[in-house]
Design a protein around this ligand. Structure first.
Ligand SMILES: [Zn+2]
Length: 272
């Protein structure tokens, strides 16, 4: 395997620093492009040869390097609500550096009061630069998987009955799991629960639904006060390093198991 080098370079005189996105579409495109570049870099590590290398040019002002001891001005162009999972380092997978993203992370990327309050702060106070809010789920999410296992075997709920903080997280996710299960039964019939791979498919459907629903809620809650603010969602696939989302009719196809071949490698919109 080749070495992988990701270099964050500050202050290079001939560096081309990309300008901040001017609207939500541009912000989304930049995140999609950044993720594709990151995934492509890691696709290139097989065999021998020089290191797979990528340089992320960073404006030195974003670390306060040109402001004579003063703090840099906060100016992220997107806010991201992601899972606390250590395998999903948000700036890295979008090929971004400091001061680009306002990141909120909580297990299962659920939209509880603290997360929504943090996003609202960003929208209210960083609106000059902030153009987009993204909810980012990921494959193999432990919090969503735990909620699915409790849904499939409710007796398991007793093990967390007195753990209030855990219950807070999982109760929120159980609503999503329940609606994903109902949707799957509506498409594949009630005996879908007996099919091979049902648990994994329910985890996958719940991860997508959880991110899409949170993005939709963010759009409804926050865009009232911030014209032009948009929300989007995506699912980071741990195996391929891509951020994907289902599209249109492909949101749940009739084929079994759920086929990611019908998804597209970019984020989905919070509004249908
Ligand atoms: Zn997770």
């Amino acid at each position: 395997m080749k070495n992988v080098e990701i270099v964050y370079r500050y202050g290079s005189g001939d560096a081309v620093i990309p300008p901040r996105p001017v609207d939500a579409s541009e912000a989304r495109r930049r995140l999609d492009d950044g993720n594709r570049a990151f995934a492509a870099l890691l696709d290139n590590v097989g065999g021998e040869g020089p290191a797979a290398r990528r340089v992320v040019e960073v404006d030195p002002r974003d670390l306060g390097l040109l402001s004579a001891g003063g703090a840099p001005t906060q100016r992220p162009y997107a806010a991201v609500l992601g899972c606390a999972d250590a395998r999903v380092p948000v700036e890295l997978i979008f090929n971004e550096g400091p001061n680009d993203l306002f990141v909120v992370r909580v297990a299962g990327n659920g939209l509880g009061g603290d997360a929504l309050g943090s996003l609202k702060y960003a929208v209210d106070h960083l609106g000059d630069s902030l153009k987009l809010v993204v909810v980012l789920g990921h494959s193999g999410c432990g919090a969503v998987t735990a909620a699915v296992d409790i849904f499939l075997d409710p007796a398991e709920y007793l093990s967390i009955a007195s753990k209030y903080t855990m219950r807070g997280l999982l109760d929120q996710l159980l609503v999503v799991v329940h609606s994903a299960a109902r949707r799957m039964a509506a498409i594949w019939g009630p005996d879908v629960t007996q099919r091979a791979g049902y648990r994994d498919a329910l985890v996958e459907a719940s991860v997508v639904s959880n991110a899409a629903l949170a993005a939709h809620t963010v759009q409804q809650e926050l865009s009232r006060d911030a014209r032009g603010m948009r929300a989007a969602y995506g699912v980071y696939l741990l195996g391929t390093h891509d951020v994907w989302a289902p599209r249109g009719e492909a949101r749940m196809s009739r084929g079994w198991p759920i086929r990611r071949a019908t998804w597209t490698p970019s984020m989905g919109s919070a509004t249908p």
